[in-house]
Design a binder for this molecule. Sequence first.
Ligand code: C2E
Ligand code: CA
Ligand code: CA
Ligand code: CA
Length: 279
Amino acid sequence: GKTAGKKRCQCYSADVDHKNCREFLLRSDMQKALAEGQFVVHYQPMVNLHTNEVLAVEALLRWEHPICGMVSPAEFIPIMEETGFIVDVGKWLVEEVCRCHRQWKKEGLPPLKVSINCSSVQFAEESFVESIQAILHKMGFDPRHLIIEITESVLIENAKKVISDLQKLQEIGIMVAVDDFGTGFSSLSYLLTFNIDIIKIDGSFIQNIPTNKTSTIITHSVVNLARELNIKLVAEGIESLEQLSYLKRFKCHTGQGYLYSKPIPQHKLIEVIANKKCE
Ligand code: C2E
Ligand code: CA
Ligand code: CA
Ligand code: CA
């Protein structure tokens, strides 16, 4: 029960919905989970809104827990950030992405760009850039195929190190994307300080098109802002044809969302890409 406390929590499969129990399980199982291969990467296509051609894929971490089932990253990423384990799993993810990329090549698919999410805890590591570089080198992965997504919060925390890290990553050809654009607390001023290649406007704006007039206007304005600043734009979370038609009218050319595809495992992605299009 609730009074048992986290330490003495006894978890049986019927019990694991209990929030504390579940969190305790997840917290204590991470190292083992990585060793046992419980983590998998799913990929969500980013598509050309006019041709449906897949331009890139976003790598999203999944945890197939033997008791809890499929656990959402929204649940386990914060714990990993808190414990620092995100650093280890982040390195594993880059390796896994390289392995998948090699497989796509073997199957004769075009060299897709892959986008990965990095949190501020990963940037806090002294040798963050070097470790990414070392993995890409070891795996024979062309850095020009990698995109690193960071949220606005990464840009505020430890700005000096982040600026210099991003610069080093960009020097070897990696692209930098600002994720969840518009939801952070910072001002637009970081567009002056950081050399951003891609803006991903948050799905919460897209999903309110056209019902919410403010969301619709913000989306249109961000599309124009990105174009004027010569930054690529991706609309996240497109779910309906109506949203799509507004985005096209706003001259937004790239997007991702359930309308095209949910994040899917490697073997399914190969099918989708082999058919050239995401429909
Ligand atoms: P995110 O980076 O903003 O990723 C987009 C999330 O929106 C994904 O959730 C995706 O499944 C979901 N999504 C995509 N299209 C739609 C749509 O049309 N409608 C709706 N309602 N949702 C859509 P997911 O995979 O559960 O990931 C949640 C968050 O967890 C990610 O948000 C990201 O911040 C974090 N995350 C996932 N993988 C990693 C990782 O490897 N490292 C780090 N640091 N964070 C990760
Ligand atoms: Ca992302
Ligand atoms: Ca996002
Ligand atoms: Ca998000």
